[in-house]
Write a protein that binds this ligand. Structure first.
Ligand code: ADP
Ligand code: ZN
Length: 224
């Protein structure tokens, strides 16, 4: 079995969740979305959820230690050996921590797939975006592409769909600013280390972009 340590990097709304679903299907990787993990903690009102909630609703990053902690715990507890990180790392400190934790977990060197999307497109996508409330489904929809509105039933699993608190215009602007300041430096960080594959993630059909993402991911496979 091939082992993967894949990172999807890109602005909010770049399509990380959508492409992640294809990578899971095609490569059998375990999807680790820190956003989904944090939202689940908030929904369950755990201690972690209570700490994270305020940051998330404001569109700010949750402190590094919290996020690194949940990723580390999940990797080691479930002994994951083939993973796809989505929404993580989001800061240089998280990237450095991931390197250590990945080595500890026996993962290969990370291959980073950067989804390049313009700000204008990001805003258009996020304001129409909503998702399934079921934590085992989490499917993402958009009023632009799907014949569905927030609040209606998820066609995949029947749960209710909803628009996220942080997909309101003010929070979208804040998340974009946070992305530029704190996360975009990772593009250079991974480029310098020759771990980055850059993909233009707009303008084509989703399936065409997914095909490019899959090809890039397969280059990052390690035997084992
Ligand atoms: P998106 O990619 O659409 O911005 P996510 O679902 O990845 O959304 O994340 C939603 C929110 O969860 C972020 O705005 C942030 O508050 C928090 N979050 C998720 N991942 C991280 C992370 N790696 N570091 C810090 N905060 C995070
Ligand atoms: Zn669903």
């Amino acid at each position: 079995m091939d082992k993967y340590n894949l990172i999807l990097l890109g602005p909010p709304g770049a399509g990380k969740g959508t492409h992640a679903a294809s990578l899971v299907r095609e490569l059998g990787v375990t999807h680790l979305s820190t956003g989904d993990m944090l939202r689940a903690a908030v929904a369950e009102d755990t201690e972690l959820g209570q700490e994270a909630r305020g940051y998330m609703e404001a569109g700010e990053l949750v402190p590094d230690e919290l996020v690194i902690g949940i990723v580390r715990e999940r990797l080691l507890r479930d002994k994951l050996s083939s993973v796809l990180f989505d929404g993580f790392p989001r800061t240089v400190a998280q990237a450095e921590a991931l390197e250590q934790v990945a080595a500890e977990a026996g993962l290969p060197e990370a291959r980073v797939i950067y989804l390049d999307v313009s700000d204008q497109e990001v805003v258009a996508r996020l304001s129409g975006r909503f998702q399934c409330r079921s934590s085992s489904c989490n499917r993402i929809y958009n009023v632009r592409n799907d014949n569905l509105r927030p609040g209606e039933q998820c066609p995949a699993c029947g749960s209710e769909t909803y628009q996220r608190e942080d997909d309101q215009p003010e929070a979208i602007r804040r998340r974009l600013a946070v992305y530029r300041e704190q996360t975009a430096p990772l593009i250079d960080y991974y480029r310098r280390r020759e771990q980055l594959t850059e993909i233009k993630a707009e303008g084509d059909r989703v399936e065409a972009i997914t095909a490019r993402v899959l090809a890039a991911a397969r280059e990052g496979a390690a035997q084992g």
